[in-house]
Design a protein around this ligand. Structure first.
Ligand code: MG
Length: 257
């Protein structure tokens, strides 16, 4: 096994599974932190701030992390916007966490059709009227950015439509294709690698979902480790093409070297 200097780690399915704990993953992460190995947790979920994610990991999973170790699809998007849309007005289709982060990054919210660009994430209280306003902004020339295009989100009432379903609605109505930042797209991985301040060859990406985590890693030219504690099942591994660099049953099988 090769030695890696830093890690990008998915959360749900990799570090925990819904509300269930994965003790082998917690041990692995605590070992990384104790050895001061640079790492970033990379999550598509744009409905929570890094502070909220870190608080949850500390409280429920005994994983002692700081908010600066969490990289969400909304942060990847904001890192991009700071360079490319500086000083411009944004129409937001998304939850409070996304709006707060955009405002903190210096962007002025403008929920009219006059906004310069539109940012969309999961918005659980979206209405036909609010989505109609968003479509108006797009038809009026606002650039179209999306945090993540997850298809479904697990809830207490079963699987519900996730961010990508809203993207499909806006995209269909406007006839426009967005720039997407979350996995399986590469921008979130590129942004997270930058934070580690390491070369790509020295970084390993760990995730449980071949279609999102591993695909994003491959898109970004990183070595990948598929862990079979979440979405992708052992019987699927043989057919995966291109294959992940490594596959393990759980993270107790991965030696830090
Ligand atoms: Mg996952």
């Amino acid at each position: 096994m090769k030695h890696y200097k830093g890690y990008l780690i998915d959360l749900d399915g990799t570090v925990y599974f819904g509300k269930k704990r994965i003790p082998t993953a917690e041990t692995f992460v605590r070992k990384l932190i104790a050895s001061e190995v640079p790492l970033q947790f990379v999550t598509n979920n744009a409905t929570r701030t890094p502070e909220e994610v870190a608080a949850m990991l500390n409280q429920y999973y005994e994983i002692p992390v700081n908010p600066d170790m969490i990289y969400t699809s909304s942060q990847a998007l904001i890192d991009y916007l700071k360079v490319n849309e500086k000083g411009k007005r944004v129409h937001v289709v998304g939850e409070k966490a996304l709006k707060d982060q955009l405002e903190r990054a210096g962007f002025q919210l403008d929920q009219t059709n006059q906004a310069d660009f539109l940012v969309q994430g999961l918005h659980k209280s979206a209405t036909y009227e609010s989505l109609g306003q968003a479509v108006q902004a797009l038809l009026n020339g606002a650039k179209f950015y999306v945090t993540n295009t997850d298809q479904l989100i697990p809830t207490e009432n079963g699987l519900y439509p996730s961010s990508g379903a809203i993207t499909a609605f806006l995209s269909f109505a406007s006839g426009l294709q967005p720039l997407v930042f979350g996995k399986p797209h590469a921008p979130i991985i590129e942004g997270a690698v930058k934070r580690l301040c390491l070369n790509k060859a020295d970084v390993l990406l760990i995730g449980d979902n071949y279609q999102t985590d591993i695909q994003a890693g491959i898109q970004a030219n990183l070595d990948t480790l598929l862990v079979l504690t979440g979405v992708t099942q052992a019987q699927e591994v043989k057919q995966l093409d291109p294959a992940p660099t490594y596959v393990v049953k759980d993270l107790s099988e991965w030696e830090l070297g």
